[in-house]
Design a protein around this ligand. Structure first.
Ligand code: AMP
Ligand code: ZN
Length: 465
């Protein structure tokens, strides 16, 4: 597999630290609000990266943090008259609702910055001891001059960076590029006791600290949105490599931004949309298909028209699956014949092409095209003369290619029918046992799925509402 590494600005062969395992850290949301569809794109992209590694048989340790202490958290908590803990709790639980809604797999661990304060303090102290950081009036700054490689990720050196800095920088800093890793307490801010007085951690230190605690000195992949290259990830490297003297992450992946109606999303342009808003109107798989329809390193535009188009595309895929299910029901033969064994090899060649695309820096855009090519092939050449086994093979193959993308995972026609029949049987059983509560629950459950039950003299029938 090849991954574009922001550090080398090249695609590189992926070689894991431990064979068969991927240690991955993705910068997560600040939990002061519902996450927006821009965040959703980045989360879906790295969820897909993770799923693809799993698809290839890797065991993935996937860490995504919750930033639950920073200016945005403090301001919002003050506005709402609640503590940052209450604010964090609320939006972490909302995060899970929306992320689950988007078929985003749960991380191995979602660490919260405020749960790592002791470790962060220890980290800061170590950087001071090693001469990488200095304290002034209760603040602790990272001394960028001390870290020789500062700027290596964003491809700038300190002088170039400094020329871009505004003049009114904090005069107490040794260098304008130095950044706070510990911030002394200000009035009205939450704080923790530390050797430098009461205060709170800076933003960059939390990721260095939690990545280290949960994944070790060196990790395989560090990822986030493109905006994080500088200064966030640059600063994480300075902190982590300053502390351990080892490479922090072997591969740096960055996802390009999502625009809305071809403009940057912002509250003032009134084109700000939460993932939840999008999920109210569109199915999660439709949203994922759109988000993955462009390569992750190219910007993607979001609009209702594009979502509608993506919905139509997804329907084409599901129609094809439904058609295969119907053919399977109609088929009179069970087992594969020799001709079909050959034909299946042809179908498998699409899987090979799909894997080539995904192996090439997760080219989901081309991988999706391959799924459509496969569907076209099947729609033209597969019919009811095929055996049930061959038809099932085609169904499984299509669904298999959808797995890393988190699409095509829903029940298709016949499996849905099986599910309904099963529930009806369970309800009959419940009624026989006079468990009317359960029977009613099953009826309601079916109703929620749009299924109405009709008690007829011939037994229970059902229809789709
Ligand atoms: P934040 O909560 O702003 O710290 O962002 C959480 C994640 O979403 C980070 O990886 C950001 O880089 C990413 N992100 C923020 N805005 C966008 C956007 N418009 N498009 C894509 N990713 C974004
Ligand atoms: Zn981070």
């Amino acid at each position: 597999m090849r991954i574009y590494n922001t550090m080398s600005k090249k695609k590189e062969e992926f070689v894991p630290i431990t064979s068969g395992e991927v240690k991955m850290y993705v910068c997560g949301p600040t939990v002061y609000n519902f996450f927006h569809i821009g965040n959703a794109r980045t989360f879906i992209i790295f969820d897909t990266v993770r799923r693809y590694f799993e698809y290839k048989g890797y065991k993935v340790k996937f860490i995504q943090n919750f930033t639950d202490i920073d200016d945005r958290m403090i301001n919002k908590a003050n506005e709402d008259g609640i503590t940052i803990k209450e604010l964090g709790d609320k939006f972490i639980s909302e995060y899970y609702k929306d992320a689950d809604g988007l078929n985003i797999e749960r991380a191995t661990v979602n660490p919260r910055a405020t749960e790592y304060i002791d470790d962060i303090i220890e980290f800061v102290q170590e950087l001071i001891n090693k001469g990488y950081a200095y304290e002034i009036d209760g603040d602790v700054y990272y001394s960028t001059q001390k870290f020789q490689d500062y700027g290596k990720l964003s491809g700038q050196n300190l002088d170039e960076l400094k020329s871009g800095v505004r003049i009114n920088v904090d005069e107490r800093k040794k260098d304008p590029m130095d950044f706070a890793i510990w911030k002394g307490k200000k009035e009205g801010e939450p704080s923790w006791k530390s050797p430098w007085g009461e205060g709170r951690p800076g933003w960059h230190i939390e990721c260095s600290c939690m990545a280290h605690d949960l994944l070790g000195d060196t990790i395989d992949i560090h990822a986030g949105g493109m905006d994080l290259v500088f200064p966030h990830h640059e600063n994480e490297i300075a902190q982590s490599e300053g502390r351990t003297g080892k490479t922090f992450a072997n591969y740096w992946m960055h996802a390009a931004y999502l625009n809305v109606n071809n403009k940057k999303m912002s509250k003032s342009l009134n084109n700000f949309l939460t993932a939840r808003d999008a999920l109210k109107k569109f199915d999660s798989e439709v949203i994922r298909l759109l988000m993955l329809s462009a390569h992750y390193r190219t910007q993607l535009n979001y609009s209702i028209d594009l979502l509608e188009a993506s919905k139509t595309s997804l329907e084409r895929l599901y129609n094809s699956l439904d058609n295969l299910e119907s053919l399977k029901e109609a088929s009179n033969t069970e087992k594969l014949n020799d001709k079909e064994v050959e034909y299946i090899k042809k179908l498998d060649s699409y899987k090979q092409k799909y894997i080539e695309k995904m192996d090439d820096d997760f080219n989901t855009a081309d991988a999706i095209s391959i799924i459509f090519d496969l569907i076209k092939e099947i729609n033209v050449n597969v019919n009811a003369d095929f055996s049930k086994e061959a038809l099932q093979y085609a169904i499984d193959l299509i669904k298999d290619l959808g797995t890393p993308l988190g699409i095509l995972q829903k029940s298709t026609k016949s499996s849905l029918e099986d599910e309904i029949e099963e529930l009806i049987e369970k309800r009959q059983e419940a009624r026989k046992n006079k468990n009317f509560k359960l029977a009613d629950e099953i009826r309601d459950d079916l109703k929620a799925k749009g299924i109405t039950l009709l008690d007829t003299p011939q037994g229970v029938r059902w229809k789709k509402a």
